[in-house]
Design a protein around this ligand. Sequence first.
Ligand code: GAL
Ligand code: ZN
Length: 637
Amino acid sequence: MSRIRYGGDYNPEQWPEEVWAEDRVLMRRAGVNLVTVGVFSWAELEPREGEYEFAWLDRVLDGLHEAGVRVDLATATASPPPWLSARHPEMLPVTAEGVRLHPGSRQQYCPSSPVYREHAARLVRAIAERYGSHPALELWHVNNEYGCHVSHCYCDVSAEAFRRWLVRGYGTVEELNRAWGTAFWSQRYGGFEEVWPPRAAPTFRNPTQLIDFDRFSSDELLDLHRAEVAILREATPDVPITTNFMGFFKPTDYWRWAEHVDLVSNDSYPDPADPRSPALSAMSQDLMRSLAGGRPWLLMEQASSAVNWRAVNAPKRPGQMRAWSLQAVARGADGILFFQWRQSVAGAEKFHSGLVPHAGTDTRVWREVEALGAELAGLSDVVGEAPRARVAIVLDWDSWWALEQEATPASLLYPNLLFAWYRPFFDRSLLVDFARAGADLSAYDLVVVPAMHVASPAAIAALDAYVRQGGRLLVTFQTAILDPDLHVQPGGYLGALRETLGVRVEEFAPLAAPELPGAEPPVVALAGSGLDGSTATQWTEYVHVADAEAVAMFAEGDVAGWPALTRRTLGEGKAWYVATLPDEAGRDALVATLLAEAGIEVARGARPGREVLERAGRRFAIDHAACTVEVEPASRR
Ligand code: GAL
Ligand code: ZN
């Protein structure tokens, strides 16, 4: 029978064995059926090079099996033991400023280090051999949160790996010189051996060198993951594999990663004190379902209450853990897991909540943990089926990396722009898929493309084809400004999208905030259909309309009278362009228009603050202010 997975990271090595027996009793009480074991156990499993101590882990896994708890077994490579870097200090990572990062916390390895790779591979093989046929094993958990602390390493070993990556990609140094535009500032290279990672430099670094290093760094981490996967596949071809993603995490291009896991899983720690949290976590959940190709995914980590890594760590409000967990279920999660089972008494995370709090089981948190376990057990019938979205937002890591570089027209934050356009759909309880640039979009009734700064010919062709097949497309400012080499195509911005949208952009005019204390960020009034009374924020620009209607205009300042919103009709299809970020009311009005045109209706009973979602015939009505959820039909148990 498939059940909703319920449990969390279980770190029994932090506790004397007497506690393990109590853990199993409490796990049964809470309805825990899956725990992640061994994430940070390398130093306990291999205390001296090549000498493994598996007996304790045998007892843990046997005990869990007897208690009916399945195991998501980690490969334990996330935090190398001190002996490894003591012997091989060259495996420690180095920052752009040349600072070597030392042991004493975690993740202190250079992703390109052959020493790390060799020792990690040996450990994974040993674990796979020992536990590959253990009856408790359900899932492999490769490493942990790749890149969380060390995503880019600038050491000499990484420099060599970067050069090899560049040789593979460019072939010749002439081609690299062309792509990187090294005629600028006397950067021309005579050979690959002259190239370095973009270490700290006197001023702005070469943009293409920067993005290539971002691409390389994501690939290099993925390479680590794939090396572990290869070992696990060989040892246990039938055991599924995951590694925990971190939502909208800039350093790793999850589109490239998703095909290398059997099950997508996510770690999510929204701030209980931030009113945007329900929308932000919904966005991250929608991304996971999208990465999983529309299939269910696992919430691998969340907190039962407070975390310990913000300046001030608010606990979850009574009911909030349930509300946020059921939100994940409604958006396609087949598992609700936590970091961590028992709150630590020592170490850097002792003030991070656990399922079993410091104060024990006569606590609010524990009662909520038990109640949620019981409720999830009665919702098993949703397992395996994920809800479908009719709206998509295009998400592109190259664009993220390029848009947030130094020396740009304005410092824009890509996830904020994505969120700005996600929000009006969230407020209507409409699911949104994220789509990879270049993907076929024909399954969607409406597609939004916020600031897809870097556009390949394939990405543009996909948007064009979508509109010509009758789709409704909204493209925002700062889309298709650069090609994948980060070069500008002269002749007016938007590249080949000029054809699709029927407009061209002559000049940018971002709204600069005066650097004065207390100064309000400037805005510009908008006028025209649907946008009267709203304002333009962050950005304006000079747009020429060639073959489209100007639907709304900028109404103030130097751009007064220039188009802010345009629409081109192509048969059944419509291609909209918005030359600014309208304020919240403006975005809301525009999305309302687009939804009406696309024939998409808001779920019954949904309103801002009250999500109403359906999954597999079940309706979840979540009131985020009250932290209550009505489930219909209710959990049957
Ligand atoms: C995650 C990590 C866990 C734990 C948790 C605390 O980033 O995977 O090991 O540190 O954060 O919130
Ligand atoms: Zn390195």
